[in-house]
Design a protein around this ligand. Structure first.
Ligand code: GDP
Length: 203
């Protein structure tokens, strides 16, 4: 589990992001997907990421240092339906530039609300990640809102849609901040990955 989280900075673009070699794990998703809640749940700090119902509030790349070992990065949401297209494409560019340029990015967590049918902009984003070789995992949020049967059905639909385009599926996490689900799996994954990176780089 996480012992200490420090807010480091908010950056308007990739070149302003913190310097250093710490491995970085970023979180992204459409507005209202539950990103802030998940970040607060993972870190055990209710106020770290600001939860809000207003789309387009986070326009910056937010860096948090975890246990002096790795960065947790809160990215702006993408593909907002309710804001002007010009503003939306500016956000999208910010995220895509970050994902392509940030050398210390180890893995992107793409969040998906488990209640919805696969959404075009999520699928387009996943396709873009694949085409650009960005390492990512999927994280289904708000799973307490579905019965276990409904959740299985929803996951199956999603996987089937992905398998039309991909040979294998990315790693998938099932989370709920209300019923405490997924924290251990995600933090263990990050811990194990950091260990692998360390052994890899000391060779
Ligand atoms: P963000 O816009 O992606 O940062 O989403 P927020 O974290 O602000 O969450 C959006 C809404 O979904 C809020 O009303 C949260 O309380 C709610 N929410 C987030 N995660 C969960 C969850 O795991 N279960 C339930 N039931 N509600 C959640």
């Amino acid at each position: 589990m996480i012992k200490e989280v420090k807010f480091i900075k908010s950056s308007p673009d990739t070149k302003s992001c913190p310097e250093g070699n710490e491995p970085e794990y970023a979180f992204v998703g459409r507005s209202n997907v539950g990103k802030s809640s998940l970040i607060n749940y993972l870190t055990g700090n209710k106020k770290l990421a600001k939860t809000s119902g207003t789309p387009g509030v986070t326009k910056l790349i937010n860096h948090f240092m975890v246990d002096d070992l790795w960065y947790l990065v809160d990215l702006p949401g993408y593909g907002y339906a309710k804001i002007a297209k010009s503003v939306r494409s500016k956000f999208d560019k910010l995220i895509k530039d970050y994902l392509l340029q940030r050398k210390t990015l180890v893995c992107l967590f793409q969040l998906i609300d488990c209640r919805h049918e696969p959404q075009r902009n999520d699928l387009d984003f996943i396709t873009w990640l694949g085409q650009n070789g960005v390492p990512f995992v999927l994280c289904f949020t708000k799973t307490d809102k579905l019965s276990s049967n409904e959740l299985q059905k929803s996951l199956k639909t999603y996987k089937n849609v992905l398998l039309k385009q991909w040979e294998s599926l990315p790693k998938i996490f099932i989370t709920s901040t209300t019923s405490n689900r997924g924290k251990e799996e995600i933090l263990t994954f990050i811990e194990e990955t950091n260990k692998l990176l360390k052994t890899g780089s000391s060779k």
